[in-house]
Design a binder for this molecule. Structure first.
Ligand code: HEM
Ligand SMILES: *[C@@H]1O[C@H](CO)[C@@H](O)[C@H](O)[C@H]1NC(C)=O
Ligand SMILES: *[C@@H]1O[C@H](CO)[C@@H](O)[C@H](O)[C@H]1NC(C)=O
Ligand SMILES: *[C@@H]1O[C@H](CO)[C@@H](O)[C@H](O)[C@H]1NC(C)=O
Length: 392
């Protein structure tokens, strides 16, 4: 009996020692290269994981640590590479304006089953090539071509609010999220999915499910490790959602390719509708120009835009509306500004692209909301070499 007990204890001790050694190896930089950085002291193996015990507290914990240690500070969680958290504008400018530090941090792997090697998750040479192809899609002027799409879809949302909701208090976010999904599909893919009219289609449900799952995973330390995550409920649902999304994405790409081929075959000139050079066409055209994007690459970029383009904007719009609703005096000023602009022209309620540029006060309100409630509160890079900043 005693020998068994001793044997078990010895094995446990041995495993713990091995884990600790491995942990020290992973955290080598934490102890030596970052020794001058402030930060909470870690426990062996767990690191600072105990700080993140409360599940809803991930961001709040980071904020608390930030107010204690300033910027930058270091933390380490389990066997992840240690983190240096930067939140001051000087260091961020230094970091983000460098074209050297473009390797995404390991957390981005969570997104890979959906977004593959799209812009958000990719790195190095592939990122540079794709970024060059897609940069025109980020140009401000693109927005002008789609004002009617914005207007049409917003009108659908407002009608639903008038007819279904009346004057009660309600959460705008679920509605705005369908709005932005409709808009990103219609503008980037030129495909109408009518999510606002039917929010129950497989595609819409899958997109919303994946957003939820990815957020849950990012904020819950238990699900970080692939070998644990693989066996979770989340992972099974994630895989089936990705399948559904990909089948829609693939069919949109296929249809557009056929349209383009038919155009060439029959030598029909493009109808002059310039907005056809939307995002999807930039990808397909790049292929035609010999830059060779595989079908999978194109699908990854399309999925990336669907993801990046709708939840972020929905969050920004919802927080703006919320904050405006809490401040009637701000709301009044916004309405005054809009009235002034619409009285100048005789457009009877249709704002033009130039009108948008005159909405200075509204713009300031939205920017302040983005500062207060950033839709993407953190993002990360992996240091592939020593980074010297100041005297650190
Ligand atoms: C308020 C709205 C938005 C916010 C706050 C936001 C925020 C961000 C942030 C912080 C990043 C950097 C992530 C990183 O480098 O790790 C990013 C990247 C990206 N965003 Fe957005 N975004 C918004 C809207 C959009 C929209 C509407 C689209 C597409 C139509 C979009 C497409 C992308 C793409 C493709 C990337 C990856 C770019 C690259 O790495 O080259 N985003 N976004
Ligand atoms: C989603 O669809 C259901 C059923 O049609 C409807 O009751 C609900 O209000 C819709 N939700 C949103 C946010 O549109
Ligand atoms: C709205 O934003 C302001 C900053 O512009 C902030 O001080 C305030 O707390 C926010 N109000 C609400 C109700 O969210
Ligand atoms: C109002 O409309 C008329 C005719 O449609 C146009 O000639 C005029 O320039 C417009 N005025 C303004 C200020 O836009």
């Amino acid at each position: 009996m005693l020998t068994w007990l001793l044997l078990v204890l010895a094995t446990v001790a041995f495993v713990l020692i091995l884990l600790t050694m491995y942990w020290c190896y992973v955290n080598y930089n934490y102890f030596f290269k970052m020794k001058n950085l402030p930060g909470p002291s870690p426990l062996p193996i767990l690191g600072n994981a105990l700080y993140f015990k409360e599940l809803d507290g991930f961001l709040n914990t980071l904020l608390k640590l930030k107010s204690k240690y300033g910027s930058p500070f270091k933390i380490t969680i389990g066997f992840q590479y240690p983190w240096v958290i930067i939140s001051d504008s000087k260091f961020m400018t230094f970091f983000l304006s460098s074209n050297k530090y473009i390797t995404k941090s390991q957390d981005y792997n969570f997104f890979r089953s959906w977004l593959g090697d799209g812009l958000l998750t990719s790195t190095g040479k592939q990122w540079k090539i794709h970024r060059k192809i897609l940069t025109p899609a980020f140009h401000f002027d693109i927005l002008e071509k789609f004002l009617d799409v914005f207007e049409k879809n917003v009108e659908i949302m407002l009608n639903r609010w008038r007819n279904e909701i009346g004057t009660t208090n309600f959460d705008v976010f679920p509605f705005v999220r369908l709005l932005t999904l409709d808009i990103i599909c219609e503008t980037a893919l030129r495909t109408e999915i009518n999510a606002q009219i039917d929010n129950n289609s497989d595609y819409v449900r899958s997109v919303q499910l994946l957003n939820r799952i990815l957020m849950d995973r990012a904020l819950s330390l238990f699900l970080w490790h692939d070998s644990i995550y693989m066996h979770s409920d989340h992972s099974i649902r994630e895989r089936s959602a990705v399948k559904i999304i990909n089948s829609l994405t693939d069919s949109v790409i296929k249809r557009r390719k056929e349209e383009i081929e038919n155009q060439w075959d029959s030598h029909v000139e493009d109808s002059g509708d310039e907005r056809k050079l939307a995002f999807l066409d930039l990808l397909l055209q790049a292929e035609a120009d010999g830059e060779r994007l595989s079908d999978i690459s194109i699908r990854d970029e399309v999925n990336t835009f669907m993801f990046e383009g709708h939840d972020t904007t929905a969050s920004a719009i919802s927080f703006s509306l919320y904050n405006i609703s809490q401040h009637p005096e701000v709301q009044k000023k916004i309405v005054e500004e809009l009235n002034t602009i619409s009285n100048k022209g005789n457009n009877s309620g249709h704002f033009t692209y130039t009108d948008l540029q005159e909405m200075k006060y509204l713009e300031a309100v939205i920017k302040e909301t983005l500062r207060m409630y950033p839709p993407v509160p953190l993002f990360g890079r992996l240091a592939t070499e020593d980074i010297l900043y100041g005297n650190q």
